[in-house]
Design a protein around this ligand. Sequence first.
Ligand SMILES: NC(=O)c1ccc[n+]([C@@H]2O[C@H](COP(=O)([O-])OP(=O)(O)OC[C@H]3O[C@@H](n4cnc5c(N)ncnc54)[C@H](OP(=O)(O)O)[C@@H]3O)[C@@H](O)[C@H]2O)c1
Length: 291
Amino acid sequence: MFLVTGATGSLGRRIVEQLRKQDMPVRAFVRLTSNYDNLEDRGAEIFIGDLREERDIIKACQGVKYIISSHGSGSDAQALDYRANIELIDRAKEDRVEHFVFISVLGVDRAYQDSPTFKAKREVEKYLIKSGLNYTILRPSGFANNLIPLAERFRDTGLYLLIGDAQNRSSIVSTDDLATMAIASVSTEAAKNQVFAVGGPNILKREDIPRIFSRLFKREPIIINPPLMVFDGVRSTLGLFNPQLQKSLGTLRTLLANEFFCTPEEIARLESTFNLKMEPLESFLQRYLAS
Ligand SMILES: NC(=O)c1ccc[n+]([C@@H]2O[C@H](COP(=O)([O-])OP(=O)(O)OC[C@H]3O[C@@H](n4cnc5c(N)ncnc54)[C@H](OP(=O)(O)O)[C@@H]3O)[C@@H](O)[C@H]2O)c1
């Protein structure tokens, strides 16, 4: 039995769907308020709980062989990115779970002090490595599905909002490929007790993204490109009313201000370990948006 946290999220949903396609038993950790109908329809066991609650984590881990931690945190990195993962790791040890897959983030080792999520994920990585459990840590760059709503807006309006440096590079990863690797991690000997940088096959400049949209929808892009200081100004102003929100925007600021890409060697290592060919962003978008 697999336990998947964040099972209604963009990655977790894909992991559960792929597991069910392979007829694997999976327990999907979901919140009552979330939309989990189609996971149930596909034969996943639904566990309703809240990752902030220790007793829910204890119950969810019972009888589980593998854990894939793929939940997000909203604005509460301390409770969800950090505490819930530490608790999952402790339970995994207690319950003799055979393999723990942790979805971290690319650049987690660069000590970005402004991002509670990056800091939490780094601490969780260290805790997991020391835990004695079999583990795989996947450090993905930005997910391709994030771009679907932006592409849809572009299709309708031609507009693309690009905040900050248009030359910044990233290796946007197909969320489907990432789900495939998360599942394969538990049965791939070369992935045992390893940390992988995970990205798509191409290093893209941020200005390449509206160009890809332009090719897909055959329309000229109208790029709105405010400098990062506009974002900083808005963030500071919001902070006057809501200091917590200002702090949690630190992760978005970190993402906007820095580069997150994989080297060709890192991609080659992924492709040979998991025996797959990473999908380019353009092909991912074509699959989801063609019609
Ligand atoms: N998105 C990216 O570009 C990106 C890049 C690198 C790394 N990552 C990491 O990859 C992982 C998956 O990201 P994602 O984009 O798929 O996340 P997402 O779409 O934001 O989904 C977050 C998931 O976590 C669940 N969740 C949040 N709070 C919860 C709670 N208190 N109890 C139980 N479940 C809770 C959500 O449930 P509800 O449906 O109930 O809200 C949802 O299923 C995260 O760890 C993220 O940090 C993401």
